[in-house]
Design a protein around this ligand. Structure first.
Ligand SMILES: [Zn+2]
Length: 249
């Protein structure tokens, strides 16, 4: 008999399978990725379909299958329905989901803290005004990369460790803020606006609720910057960012 197990999960991605089935990609509470088949999910009135919507959080009963596991039962924890009702929120949450899906491939376990942070970010996106979801996801990208061991230096030089009073240079590939001595030694110009360094620090060290209350911010610049950081240190592109930026133009 197939082994059954329970898992608390966030739904990241739906992939069509055959006529009516769907492969659901999820991050589980322990931070591992689960890909499971939800049979008949695309049939109208499917019993579990509404409980496995994108960006929702649910408690699942799964059966181990030969290649993919099978979803048997689903109990909703958080629908996060407001994310799917508003395009800016949906596009922002898609960026979060893409990062989690790509980081968690090939059996990489992202850990419980990553799960908790991801669930908190989605709830914040559902509750904050739609436009704020952009800043929330930029913060999510930076926080997630910091959790993976790639926190940018913001108060000390990324190369020599000298404390920096006022940041004049910030370089994504060197790992963050650079002191004036290192900047001139390397002969590089700042690759991003040094003021962004203060923003990066604010995004990493503020809670999502606090971020949702920030009044004005350079959202596109911060999103680009967070994406540059992901590209450099995780080594992949986030395709969903292009759509989100298109909405913001
Ligand atoms: Zn230095």
């Amino acid at each position: 008999m197939a082994k059954a197990y329970n898992a608390r999960c966030i739904v990241l991605k739906h992939t069509k399978l055959g006529e009516t089935d769907v492969i659901v990609t999820m991050i589980a509470e322990d931070g591992r990725q689960i890909r499971a088949v939800a049979k008949g999910l695309r049939k109208p009135g499917n019993r579990i379909g509404a409980r496995l919507e994108l960006f929702g959080e649910a408690e699942l009963l799964l059966h181990e299958g030969r290649s993919l596991d099978i979803v048997r039962e689903v109990r909703t924890i958080a629908t996060n329905a407001a994310i799917r009702d508003e395009l800016e929120r949906t596009a922002s949450a898609s960026v979060e989901a893409e990062l989690l899906e790509k980081l968690g491939r090939d059996g990489v376990i992202l850990g419980e803290r990553m799960y908790e942070m991801s669930a908190t970010a989605l709830r914040a996106m559902a509750e904050a005004p739609a436009r704020k979801s952009v800043l929330i996801v930029a913060a999510f990208l930076l926080k997630a990369m910091a959790m993976q061991g790639f926190a940018p230096a913001t108060r000390e030089c990324a190369l020599c460790g000298t404390p920096i009073e006022r940041v004049h240079g910030f370089d994504v590939s060197y790992g963050g803020a650079l002191c004036d001595a290192c900047l001139s030694r390397l002969g590089i110009c700042t690759t991003i606006d040094p003021a962004a360094s203060a923003w990066i620090e604010a995004l990493i060290f503020s809670t999502f609720a606090e971020i949702g209350e920030i009044e004005s911010y350079p959202e596109i610049e911060l999103l680009d910057l967070a994406h540059m950081w992901v590209r450099e240190h995780a080594g992949f592109e986030l395709k969903s960012i292009a759509f989100l930026k298109m909405l913001l133009m």
